[in-house]
Design a binder for this molecule. Structure first.
Ligand code: GLU
Length: 485
């Protein structure tokens, strides 16, 4: 049960993605809710890059995160590429800050140095496994005397620093969306805070930075919930006040499993390349775990933020249904953007592949028909790059080739002699020809449609003819007729 309410003072929120690959759709989802809380409370929304795990680090990933957030207009007030009063916002550049924090914990015995070698830890783990004990550090070095520890340090023995987790009792915190959450301390491992190379581990860097950056609300995915007691213990060890925690429900595949690449594309780059509008993707993410007070399904980011109330975020796993996203995207393309805007977006999406003047002519015919910018090519290509090779079966459809040929002959005569090449006049003439042939216009025109547009899906026939012009229309009809000979 949600216990959190909207803050009455400015909130500072953040996302803290790790640059380990393509920017993830979950990052955008969490960013939206963090941004909404910050904007609604007249606070700030930050981007911090958590790049301390050098093994999982992927070159270029950070830049893609910046670009993806900007593409979605989920811009941040402070961050590595925009600066801010708490710079640097990249953890790899904050080592001195973590070192100082750890020294403070060591001096107050809230943390201790652990000299166990990798081989010893390995042995310990396999022994524990054999005894079917819960895995975790056996706290050998926690019992080392100060003198012994100092001697090892002086000898230059490599060490990590671990948090001295209370051995008994419980650690509880209030999850703003889920209520009181309690963990038994004996189930919490003595976390490594600082590695032997002096670099921090996630828990330490995350807590130190949230404190230093004055974060008031940590809104993050449910998968981090087991980290939170460790963070709460760290805040206590430092003597700092912890921020409010809200763990958002995980996005799920249709089968309710955690969203995964295997079942759903997860890269924001993929969504951009498919021709989803950033507005539509943000709109769709706003529907995950939240519903507008008037149940509206199509809304802008600004409308979402204006409506946003964190106490109304649900915790049941929202299903990331691609078909639903396509529907939302279709609504955006067809109803929420102007024709001029559509033309601009087509040109930008296709990076100038299509002649702008012709895009403009075709746009009114295609905009009402597509759900993704990528589908433009299905409808438009035959206007730009000529007719694809016809397939006899497609041309003849339900008729025999001879019947289809007769229809095309009749149409060629009609098109050649049409007094006007305006689509309404063409339609009238074709209907008359169909009546003469004793056929329904639809049946009569099936072959003509394929001959003119080259495809079973295309803009309406007579508009297409008008745009192609008489010569090109005739050329296509003749080429198709020859195929049926
Ligand atoms: N670096 C973590 C991530 O990759 C941050 C989790 C958090 O928000 O605390 O998502």
């Amino acid at each position: 049960m949600a216990t959190i309410t909207m803050p009455t003072t400015p909130a500072r929120t953040r996302i803290a993605p790790s640059p380990t690959g393509d920017p993830h759709v979950g990052t955008a989802y969490i960013a939206l809710f963090n941004k909404a809380l910050a904007v609604r409370s007249k606070g700030q929304f930050l981007l911090r890059i958590e790049d301390t795990d050098r093994e999982r680090y992927v070159e270029g990933s950070e830049k893609m995160i910046f670009e993806a957030l900007r593409w979605l207009s989920l811009d941040y007030d402070e961050g590595p590429d925009v600066g801010g009063p708490h710079a640097p916002y990249r953890q790899s550049e904050r080592s001195a800050i973590y070192k100082k924090a750890v020294d403070d914990l060591l001096s107050r015995k809230q943390a201790y140095r652990c000299f166990c070698t990798a081989a010893r830890l390995e042995q310990m783990r396999s022994d524990m496994k054999a005894r079917k004990e819960q895995p975790g550090y056996d706290r050998t070095c926690r019992k080392l005397s100060e003198d012994d520890a100092r001697a090892k340090l002086a000898e230059g023995v490599a060490c990590v620093v671990r948090l001295a987790v209370p051995l008994e009792g419980q650690t509880a915190f209030e999850d703003g969306l889920r209520g009181k959450t309690v963990f038994e301390n004996r189930t919490i491992d003595d976390q490594v805070l600082l590695k032997s190379d002096g670099l921090p581990k996630y828990h330490l860097a995350n807590v130190v930075d949230d404190h230093e950056m004055r974060i008031t609300h940590v809104i993050r995915a449910e998968e981090w919930i087991t980290s939170t007691p460790k963070h709460v213990l760290l805040y206590r060890a430092f003597g700092w006040e912890a921020p409010a925690f809200c763990h958002m429900p995980l996005l799920r595949n249709k089968d309710k499993s955690k969203i995964s690449k295997r079942k759903n594309p997860t890269s924001l780059i993929w969504y951009r390349d498919e021709g989803f509008l950033p507005e539509a993707l943000v709109n769709f993410l706003g529907l995950m775990g939240y519903s507008m007070s008037d149940q509206r399904e199509i809304f802008t980011k600004e409308e979402f933020i204006a409506d946003f109330d964190i106490s109304r975020v649900g915790t049941t796993g929202p299903v990331f249904d691609l078909q639903k996203l396509e529907h939302v995207n279709g609504e955006w393309i067809q109803k929420r953007i102007s024709l001029d805007d559509f033309v601009r977006r087509i040109s930008a999406h296709w990076k100038g592949k299509y002649d702008e003047a012709l895009v403009r002519k075709l746009a009114p015919l295609i905009q009402p028909r597509i759900k993704k910018l990528k589908e433009w090519s299905d409808y438009a290509d035959s206007f730009f790059f000529g007719c694809p090779d016809y397939k006899t079966e497609e041309l003849s459809g339900k008729r025999t080739p001879a019947e289809a040929a007769a229809i095309l002959d009749r149409t060629i005569a009609l098109v050649a002699g049409a007094p006007s090449f305006e689509h309404k006049a063409l339609e009238e003439a074709a209907k008359a020809a169909a009546a003469e042939a004793n056929m329904k216009p639809r049946d009569f025109l099936a072959a003509v449609f394929v001959a003119v547009t080259g495809k079973p899906v295309a803009p309406p026939l007579f508009d297409s003819m008008e745009i192609l012009g008489r010569d090109e229309t005739l050329a296509r009809l003749r080429k198709a007729r020859a195929k049926l000979a």
